[in-house]
Design a protein around this ligand. Structure first.
Ligand code: BDR
Ligand code: CA
Length: 324
């Protein structure tokens, strides 16, 4: 099978870290680089966290590029309240020194996209992508496919009644990316809260992972404990929503999610700042610039996620269906 080349643009981040690990294990994907953007954590902290994750899975050969430090117009608001003071659930794993690249994230994107057929899985605010559009529009249009964890259609927001964090953190960047895709009749795969909210890592699933692979289980436990507590406090659920790995899983297997094509615009002002306005009824008579996901098969997600992370055959996960 020919592997599809991808760049993971992310802000690690607890769920970003799980997504990176899944992508690195996926047989269908070759991760050619990781670009870091400010989001959950400031960009330097995100860089450090990506290296910690790569060290954990023995993949420090993957280059990590530091990207934009602040949103294109608005003041930067991190999400360390959700991800812990170190951005990795207060696991305080040892820092990994070195591995700095000479190039920044946006230069890396511009140069690699011109040479190779590469898709991007964007798991943070879209500031790096907006900077790429400003720097080299043609390179942006060379992106083979763009999958973005962000936005929401009918589900409520997680930063305001209507806005999801990645688009709320840098609404101008998200708006620019969606508008630019519209101009060329291209579509973003919008993996929003409508589907990611259904992906809850419960204590039982986590315990199952620990039984199957204690080392991986312990690592996931370490980085998600804070996230579990946060979800209990704010959402009153036992478990944590792991948004970002769904975007990777969907890239690997489209049939995990269902959705529809629509024109989407991102609001940049006022009380609905960051909202992804999905024109499902075609009021605006504009061509779709997004595939908006609305349904997910969470069993199939966890089958792919756990078997992928643990290098197992999906059929070996014999009790998974019973514990979901
Ligand atoms: C998104 O925001 C971050 O907290 C997560 O990493 C995810 O990318 C969910 O709204
Ligand atoms: Ca993220």
């Amino acid at each position: 099978m020919e592997k599809r080349k991808v760049i993971i643009d992310c802000d690690p981040g607890i769920d970003d870290s799980l997504a990176i690990m899944l992508a690195l294990k996926a047989k269908e994907i070759e991760v050619i680089g990781i670009t870091i953007v400010c989001g959950n954590a400031p960009v330097e902290m995100g860089f450090g966290n990506a290296k910690k994750v790569l060290k954990q899975v023995g993949r420090l050969d993957i280059p990590v590029f530091v990207g934009e430090q602040k949103p294109i117009q608005r003041d930067y608001v991190n999400a360390l309240d959700t991800h812990g003071a170190d951005g990795l659930g207060e696991s305080f794993l040892p820092e990994v020194d070195g591995y700095e690249q000479e190039m920044g994230a946006v230069d890396f994107l511009a140069s690699v996209l011109k040479r190779e057929k590469v898709s991007i899985i964007a798991l943070g605010p879209m500031t790096n992508l907006a900077a790429l559009i400003k720097k080299d529009r043609d390179a942006f249009f060379d992106i083979e496919e763009l999958v973005s964890m962000g936005g929401t259609f009918k589900s409520h927001g997680n930063c305001s009644p209507v806005a999801e964090y990645n688009y709320w953190c840098d609404p101008d960047a998200a708006a620019l990316v969606y508008d630019t895709m519209y101009q060329r009749d291209r579509r973003i795969h919008m993996v929003g809260l409508d589907v990611t909210r259904k992906i809850v890592l419960t204590p039982t699933i986590l315990e199952y992972i620990c039984r199957l692979n204690p080392e991986m289980g312990d690592f996931i436990k370490k980085i998600t404990k804070f996230y579990f507590d946060f979800h209990w406090q704010w959402e009153h659920i036992i478990g944590c929503v792991i948004n970002d790995p769904l975007a990777v899983a969907y890239f690997m297997d489209r049939s995990i999610c269902e959705g529809f094509d629509s024109f989407v615009q991102i609001e940049t002002q006022g009380i609905s700042m960051g909202q992804s306005v999905v024109d499902a009824m075609n009021f605006y008579r504009k061509n779709p610039n997004a595939r908006v996901l609305t349904e997910v098969d969470s069993y199939r997600f966890f089958r792919l996620f756990i078997s992928g992370l643990l290098d197992m055959e999906p059929d070996e996960l014999d009790i998974l269906q019973d514990i979901l």
